[in-house]
Design a protein around this ligand. Structure first.
Ligand code: GLA
Length: 411
């Protein structure tokens, strides 16, 4: 489609989407002619695509703008050789800065110096490793890294991604001026639908327009916060420490579910800014919050501690639990917290979190997690990988500073 037609279409689609109750939703027919269909059939995600929170690896947290095809091919190799793929990390996503400019038809091209073999060949390579391939764009005129954005080119870009074999699109929100978030993301949703290719749609709008209120039919996951920093706590320019992110994402638990997840940003595990205890807390909290698990470390330099965290299958199983219910904080006193997540077999995942600087005993009492005090339940420690025993009414663990104990409580 020509850019001018695409822009007209965008304006038209935005109008109809904003007034979806009384109007029509526009989809593209064959031959790229807009055609009208009845109202309320509107943007819709393929729920089956992300029935559990997506797992994978994204280039941004470690490589930032320094991506090229060697980085991505090597990451694909390492996802396999490290065992990460088999632990569930299947989406390999190139974040910002892969782009070159548009060609004379307006089709987006990769940076030819960094990706001399082209994106399609790269996607084929990634697929040959039993992985899925993801890419990044932006709803505005430019990406956050200053590369071409998709505004006005949504259908053209989606078609290009489908042609390349893209399975996952992270869609950012820089340089969007006065654009409406719901309309902008819905346009890309329609564009992805139009390709006929199943693509996980990862909305990266930082929670500004409260996507949890409207995006369940638009994206498979939506960022709820600013960017994560590899630090325990604090605000650093537009970046947030772990605890700040957790406190913003936790209250949104009721909005998450199969196909539509709160995204508190990608993992920093293994990037060096936090202690192993802090990274265990990070990973456990993401699992409790049913968060997407997108690793962001240098896979070539994973020490055994990082591997043990990222590939803790018991914690991953909590994250991937099929009911898709996001856990929540059920008790807090000062720096000590108890979190609970309901699992599909009726048991609970429970997290005892110590945000303080002193080792502390933390107790979970069964009524806090929806069980009676009289109940005797089996406790399994998901970091020690062992059954701790059977306990009636409550369970106490000593928790290290900035650390967690994570257990399942099974009646
Ligand atoms: C924004 C996003 C990040 C990353 C960068 C890339 O800051 O929130 O996750 O994609 O842009 O420039």
């Amino acid at each position: 489609m020509k850019p001018i037609l695409a822009s007209l279409f965008v304006a038209f689609a935005a109008l109809t989407i904003c007034d979806a109750q009384t109007s029509v939703t526009v989809v593209m027919g064959t031959g790229d002619q807009p055609k009208a269909v009845p109202a309320n059939t509107g943007p819709s995600v393929d729920v089956g695509l992300a029935s559990t929170p997506p797992m994978g690896w994204n280039s941004w947290n470690h490589f930032a703008c320094n991506v090229d095809e060697t980085v991505i091919r090597t990451a694909a190799d390492q996802l396999v050789s490290s065992g990460m793929r088999d632990a569930g990390y299947v989406y390999l996503v190139i974040d910002d800065c892969w782009h070159g400019e548009r060609d004379s038809h307006g089709d987006i091209q990769a940076d030819a110096k960094r990706f001399p073999s082209g994106i399609r060949a790269l996607a084929e390579y990634v697929h040959s490793k039993g992985l899925k391939f993801g890419i990044y764009s932006d709803a505005g005129t430019r990406t956050c890294g200053g590369r071409p954005g998709s505004r006005g080119y949504e259908f053209q870009d989606a078609a290009q991604y489908a042609h390349w074999g893209v399975d996952y699109l992270k869609y950012d929100w820089c340089n969007t001026s006065t654009q409406d978030a719901q309309a902008s993301y819905s346009i890309m949703r329609e564009a992805l639908n139009h390709t006929g290719r199943p693509v996980v749609f990862s909305m990266c709008e930082w929670g500004t327009a409260k996507p949890w209120l409207w995006a369940a039919g638009v994206g498979n996951l939506w960022r709820t916060t600013g960017d994560i920093d590899d630090k325990w706590e604090g605000k650093f320019d537009y970046k947030l420490g772990l605890m700040n992110i957790v406190d913003q994402n936790e209250p949104l638990y009721s909005y998450a579910g199969p196909g539509h997840w709160n995204d508190p940003d990608m993992l920093e595990v293994g990037n060096g800014g936090m202690t192993p205890d802090e990274y265990r807390a990070h990973f456990s909290l993401w699992a409790m919050m049913a968060a997407p698990l997108m690793a962001g470390n240098d896979l070539a330099r994973m020490d055994s501690e990082t591997k043990a965290i990222l590939m803790n299958r018991e914690v991953i199983a909590v994250d991937q639990d099929t009911t898709g219910k996001q856990g929540q904080r059920v008790w807090k006193q000062g720096d000590l917290e108890v979190w609970s997540r309901e699992l599909s077999d009726g048991s609970r995942a429970v997290l005892l979190l110590n945000r303080g600087l002193r080792p502390s005993a933390i107790t979970v009492e069964w009524p806090q997690i929806g069980y009676t005090s009289a109940l005797e339940a089996k406790i399994r420690d998901l970091w020690a990988h062992q059954i701790t025993g059977r306990f009636r009414g409550k369970y106490t663990a000593n928790v290290s500073p900035h650390g967690v104990a994570m257990i399942t409580v099974t009646p």
